[in-house]
Design a protein around this ligand. Structure first.
Ligand code: 2AM
Length: 561
């Protein structure tokens, strides 16, 4: 490739015949579907340019052969504290391990999706980009890091990378390109409803399922899909578009000495400011970027001070909703200035808590309502507040299905299933059990659940008890963290039951973890490692490899957030 670089005019002559032209491998590493959408668009662009491309999900990618790649594109998002999306964890681990090969024959490029409200913005993209270079790969194009509004930057980057790749390989006949591509793409059954064109559904049930004395407000929400024909599978998530609280919009508008009836333009449409704020902009989550922009507009001394200190700035942004930042440093803004400051509203994804085998035209979700207090003012999460407090029965809500092939029941109905889901992490396991009951799946099932108190926080208690009674749920282990002096968590239960867990794993069990990514999922993984090490008679490094193998075999799957 080095030689070809220096003689771009001779590329066609120096390469083998078109049929053997290097295939572009396009790895899609997606958490919420956005990276997947960008990857599909890029695949279509490459096909249109008559280039031979193989689009593969990170979880399906045979990464041990990565050194054989000639042209490698990675489109990745980031989750939690700078981690790669779940499906790319094994690939990421491999590249950062001692086993990573030299990539002297590989030219690569990385496109990175992220969210500036997180401290480790786009870290996964940065990791892949720097690691591929460090291993000897040649960077074809500079990486781009994007915020939630990624589409314009993605379109620009796609156009650039297509040009770069065109200059690298001679175009093939369209037929050849198409064959390779269709073979590689596993199209999910398509639905007319998407993130951009959601289904208007209605709220059927909104029931608080935590007790009166609980510190938490968790809702069981049932949404009626009507005769839409919308289909989903256990493991999928429901995307929910929401309306910001009109009272919050009013508060914000008044603090900025605006009226709310000013005309603004959003996506080419003119509408009143208040309506734009209610439906089109993120109002609940603040970011360092927004604080910085607001500091520049207002020239507020205290805010400008923060801008000089990244840690303090991040801390302030994370703990001060936009409206409270404005209250802290009030100013007069034009409607245009306010709109420019904000990020577009994005839908929230909730793990689906029902199986269609049972819920039919309904979809159920388990929503932990975000409620907190800033200087005596009650604040609620955007989507959870909308679902719990503002959406009336039969009220309209726009939804879509986000398919998640990285969280699926075993294909084999006899395989044992281990489910670890404290808090609202219980949701997909309710769907799993409904499905397994409907399928008459004979495999054993084991649930690990935890929450603060038995009396107030045992989500779906009656259902679990019935499953135990009917023999569908073989084992249930409960960790009530605050029902005794010392904390007990699901990972403690895992350690306690280590010997039996190891037996289940040897019998081919699939392990699923759902819930909090930052603390729970990490602590649970550590406990699993220790169990594997102790009862499998391995050191921790071998246990780590064992768990990676399980991941690759789809026997260790996580849906963590
Ligand atoms: P705590 O809030 O009493 O500490 C669901 O949120 C449950 O998960 C709660 O019981 C909560 O306990 C618990 N939890 C908090 N941190 C955890 C961790 N690191 N690992 C596992 N469970 C945790």
């Amino acid at each position: 490739w080095g030689m070809i670089n220096q003689q771009p005019g001779n590329v066609a002559q120096m390469l083998p015949a078109a049929a053997e032209a290097p295939v572009i491998t396009l790895i899609s590493a997606s958490q919420t579907g956005n990276a997947r959408r960008v990857s599909e668009q890029l695949r279509d662009d490459l096909l249109a340019a008559k280039l031979n491309v193989n689009l593969v999900n990170a979880g399906d990618y045979k990464f041990k052969q990565i050194a054989q790649e000639k042209l490698l594109i990675v489109v990745t998002s980031t989750q939690g504290e700078g981690e790669p999306p779940e499906e790319a964890v094994a690939l990421h681990k491999f590249l950062f391990s001692k086993k990573a090969p030299k990539l002297t024959a590989t030219a690569f490029a990385v496109f990175s999706l992220g969210d500036t409200s997180y401290e480790f913005f786009c870290q996964s993209g940065k990791d892949f980009d720097s690691k591929l270079a460090e291993l000897g790969g040649e960077r074809l194009l500079e990486r781009v890091d994007t915020d939630v509004e990624f589409q314009p930057a993605a379109a620009e980057w796609r156009a650039k990378i297509v040009e770069v790749l065109k200059s690298r390989i001679p175009a093939e006949t369209p037929a050849q390109a198409a064959v390779t591509a269709t073979g590689a793409v596993n199209e999910i059954f398509s639905s007319p409803y998407t993130k951009e064109a959601p289904l208007t559904a209605t709220l059927a049930v909104n029931q608080k399922i935590t007790g009166r004395d609980s510190e938490k407000d968790v809702r069981h929400i049932e949404i009626d899909l009507g005769d839409s024909g919308l289909r989903y599978q256990p493991g999928d998530a429901l995307g929910v578009w929401y309306q910001n609280d009109p009272a919050l919009v009013k508060e914000l508008v008044e603090l900025l000495w605006l009226k709310g009836d000013e005309s603004v333009t959003v996506d080419g449409k003119t509408l009143p400011l208040s309506e734009a704020l209610e439906w089109h902009f993120e109002l609940t989550i603040n970011t360092a970027n927004i604080v910085e922009k607001y500091a520049q507009i207002t020239r507020n001394a205290a805010l400008l001070d923060l801008v000089g200190d990244k840690t303090k700035l991040q801390h302030f942004a994370q703990n001060t909703p936009i409206v409270d930042m404005v209250r802290y440093a009030p100013d007069e803004l034009t409607a245009e200035q306010l709109i420019d400051l904000l990020r577009p509203l994005t839908p929230r994804l909730y793990s689906i808590a029902s199986s269609q085998a049972e819920a039919e035209t309904e979809v159920h979700i388990t929503v932990g309502v975000v409620r907190y207090d800033i200087e005596g003012r009650a604040r609620t999460g955007g989507a959870s507040g909308f679902l719990a407090d503002r959406l009336e029965e039969d009220g309209e809500v726009r939804v879509f299905i986000e398919h998640n092939d990285n969280f699926r029941l075993p294909a084999n109905p006899e395989a044992p299933v281990i489910m670890i889901g404290p808090g609202t992490g219980i949701a997909p396991f309710r769907a799993f059990m409904q499905q397994r009951e409907n399928d008459g799946a004979s495999g054993k099932n084991w649930l690990f659940f935890g929450n603060p108190h038995f009396t107030d926080d045992f989500l779906y208690q009656v259902e679990w008890q019935r499953y135990v009674k009917d023999g569908l749920l073989t084992n249930i282990d409960l960790a009530w963290s605050r029902d005794q002096q010392h904390k007990i968590y699901v990972q403690d239960k895992l350690r306690e039951k280590g010997a039996e867990l190891w037996n289940w794993i040897n019998e081919g069990a699939h392990i699923y973890v759902c819930g909090d990514a930052n603390r729970m999922a990490k602590d649970v993984e550590q406990a699993l490692l220790e169990v594997v090490a102790e009862f499998g008679g391995m050191d921790l490094d071998s246990a780590d490899e064992f768990l990676s193998e399980l991941r690759v075999e789809r026997r260790y799957q996580r849906d963590v957030y």
